[in-house]
Design a protein. Structure first.
Length: 201
């Protein structure tokens, strides 16, 4: 990687920050599924949505921020390791991570429109949800590529990063109560999140 354009400390900092953001997003998604199954669909600003999209927002800022920084510093003739897409310069891994999370962001307003058009039934396999899952999977591939670029083959840090990414991917796609055809009554409902009991009115 060319010195002064994309240094290893920057890549490594972004990689581990992305992994933390993905953990927050994953927790939010799991909480959101439980919320819809036990309580039903509320507004866009329910706590699980806020947690999920806070993680997504951090991922967007990190991915596209690194692309913007690299684009600003890139020379006219790109050195090996950098690619340009529509004038935006970055490594292949950062490009993949950025455009993957962009698909996830695009899924949010489509999902809201989907529920407005077809009602409050919640299914994991609706087209907007599939788009979000696809974007998250692409982002994961990007993180794997960043880990490959940021650390030498066989290093413990590279193995740890890639293992953490794969473990999170497996955890995210494990079977859930992915279908809820009707919202359940809200009265005296209690949800539990990380051992915290929250009563709903």
């Amino acid at each position: 990687m060319p010195v002064g354009v994309m240094n290893l400390p920057a890549q490594r900092a972004v990689l581990w920050s992305l992994l933390v953001a993905k953990v927050v997003t994953g927790w939010g998604v799991q909480w959101d599924i439980q919320w819809h199954v036990m309580i039903g669909r509320d507004s866009f600003w329910i706590p699980p949505h806020v947690m999920t999209y806070a993680g997504v927002a951090v991922t967007v800022v990190l991915s596209f921020g690194l692309l913007a920084w690299t684009t600003f510093r890139a020379p006219r003739v790109l050195p090996p390791g950098l690619v340009s897409m529509c004038g935006i310069v970055g490594t292949r891994g950062v490009h993949i991570a950025a455009w993957g999370i962009a698909a996830t962001v695009l899924a949010a307003p489509i999902d809201d429109l989907w529920h407005r058009l077809f009602g409050l039934d919640v299914t994991l396999w609706s087209p907007p949800h599939l788009l979000g899952i696809f974007g998250s999977a692409v982002n994961t591939v990007g993180c794997l590529a960043i880990a490959r670029d940021a650390y030498p083959a066989g290093s413990r840090a590279r193995l740890l990063a890639r293992s953490r990414i794969w473990l999170q991917r497996v955890w995210r796609i494990r079977p859930q109560d992915g279908h809820c055809t009707r919202s359940r009554p809200r009265a005296k409902r209690t949800t539990r999140f990380f051992g915290i009991s929250t009563k709903q009115p």
